[in-house]
Ligand binder design. Structure first.
Ligand code: ITT
Length: 185
């Protein structure tokens, strides 16, 4: 089984990614290297920067990822600052912000892959949906408690992990990466 490190501080991301990549015979290992995130304008630039920084210290095949969430009611918000906004106002604050506003939203993920002496490559995934008017009873990974993916009536928190893994931004980016890696060999 091919071993690849995931340079992330986020355990929810790691668990989701590990399950998805297992199907492709990839054993994902969590790297404990702390990568300080730079303020860059897009997920793509941020994910690439995280991978480059992690490689300098780890020197092993690795992925890094960055995810943004975008509310149609605002311009580029929270965008790449998804983590900061959630930590500061939580889903209660997000629900207050969106009261009476357009509730459409989407997640966007970039996965950057880098192997020693290789070229850095990246893959994108998006998931459209809307922000619920109240939090779901099931509370899980950050925005999942209030994000209803398109074509569904429940939030990501209320869907099973398998259901989320079929449609999520992260799953789409990881599937593209895994297929690319499989064909490369
Ligand atoms: P690393 O940079 O260490 O990987 P992070 O949590 O800081 O971890 P990001 O900068 O990419 O990651 O922040 C994205 C934030 O978006 C994350 O902290 C969550 O609040 C949110 N997020 C990302 N993916 C999500 C998902 O699938 N469901 C719910 N919220 C998600």
């Amino acid at each position: 089984m091919k071993e690849i490190f995931f340079a992330t501080s986020n355990y929810d991301k790691f668990e989701e990614a590990k399950k998805i990549l297992e199907k492709y015979g990839i054993n994902l290992l969590k790297s404990d290297i702390e990568v300080i995130e730079k303020k860059l304008p897009t997920e793509k630039e941020t994910a690439i920067d995280k991978a480059l920084t992690a490689m300098q210290r780890l020197q092993k095949s690795l992925i890094a990822e960055d995810t943004g969430i975008y509310f149609e009611a605002f311009q580029n918000f929270p965008g790449v600052n998804a983590s900061f906004i959630f930590k500061t106002i939580g889903y209660e604050g997000v629900l207050r912000l969106l009261e009476g506003k357009n509730r459409k939203a989407f997640f966007r993920t970039t996965i950057a892959y880098y192997e020693p002496n290789g070229k850095i490559v990246n893959f994108q995934g998006t998931c459209n949906g809307e922000i619920a008017t109240k939090p779901s009873k099931e509370i899980s990974f950050d925005y999942d408690t209030i994000f209803i993916p398109e074509g569904h009536k429940k939030t990501f928190s209320e869907l099973t992990k398998e259901e989320k893994a079929k449609i999520s931004h992260r799953a789409q980016a990881l599937e593209k990466f895994a297929k690319w890696l499989t064909n490369k060999k």
